[in-house]
Write a protein of this length. Structure first.
Length: 296
């Protein structure tokens, strides 16, 4: 086999099969510098905002199931959890501003879970919308110094558009009445949220769906995404890191298919989307690190 030698000005050098097998490629041995410190108890604060009832928008049936499940999970992961229910847009901004202003110096990280209707780049309070980028910006290093260099994890269950992913269950969003009426169906939608990239590191935003699509929620069992997070994290947080678990969540959600009484909304699919600006690995449990033996 020939490959171009970058030192030779474009010439080719020979590389036969024996050469390929003579020096096996080994991955780097990870050390503590590649891990976020997660040794404090609790790890930090976790905030859940669960908006179920709205003015002029459908009730998000099944959202309480998500909120309760995430509260149980976050306590298990080692967080001190607070929850706000049915907050207006102004109240959402006020609550997050106050949490960003807290002293997080003894905390390892911060978690925020937003459960609501959504649109492109926005998430809804009970009355109107608020820009997701504005909420994330409250926790950037120049505005929340005590969380600088620490993981800030956002889980957002909301629609990010009006498209259906063919081959689905309940959606979360702000339906167009002429195009969609999910009341009474087994699965519903949470409208859209625009993917934003915080200008500073150490953020992870786990969206329930890719941009442009509805996000499905079962009116009895909760949303596909949040229920997968609860299930997978509960099973594997003592073994795996955050990104690996979210990858398994993607696969879990991708295997689900909607089932409603209206054939227009049958056989639809969904895939979550993760925006990752983390610089290190996040392990919620010290045993997971030991089990992987990644220290070198």
């Amino acid at each position: 086999m020939e490959i171009v030698d970058p030192e030779s000005g474009g010439g080719a050098i020979s590389l036969d099969d024996d050469d390929l097998h003579s020096a096996p490629i080994r991955g780097p041995i990870l050390s503590e510098q590649y891990l976020y410190k997660m040794g404090n108890k609790p790890h930090g604060y976790a905030l859940i905002i669960n908006n179920r009832k709205f003015i002029g928008m459908p009730e998000r049936k099944g959202s309480d199931k998500d909120a309760e499940g995430m509260q149980t999970l976050l306590v298990k992961l080692g967080y001190k959890v607070a929850m706000g229910n049915d907050l207006s847009a102004a109240q959402m901004k006020d609550v997050l501003q106050r949490w960003a202003a807290r002293d997080h110096s003894t905390c390892d990280s911060f978690v925020c879970v937003l459960l609501s209707h959504g649109e492109q780049g926005k998430i809804f309070g009970t009355d109107t919308d608020v820009d997701i980028e504005e909420l994330l910006g409250l926790f950037r290093g120049n505005r929340c110094a005590s969380l600088a260099g620490k993981p800030k994890l956002f889980f957002i269950q909301a629609c990010r558009g009006t498209n259906f992913d063919e081959a689905v269950d309940h959606v979360d969003g702000v339906p167009n009445e002429s195009a969609l009426n999910t009341e009474g169906y087994e699965d519903e939608v949470d409208a859209k949220t625009r993917q934003t990239l915080p200008s500073e590191a150490d953020f992870l935003i786990a969206y329930s769906v890719v941009p442009g699509y509805y996000s499905w929620r079962n009116s009895t069992n909760g949303s596909w995404f949040m229920q997968a997070v609860i299930d997978i994290f509960t099973k594997y947080y003592k073994q795996l890191d955050l990104i690996t678990m979210l990858t398994i969540v993607n696969n879990s959600v991708a295997t689900v298919e909607s089932s409603t009484s209206d054939p227009r909304f049958n056989n639809k699919k969904q895939i979550p989307s993760c925006v990752n600006m983390l610089r290190k690995l996040v392990y919620f449990n010290s045993e997971a690190v030991k089990n992987h033996g990644i220290f070198g």
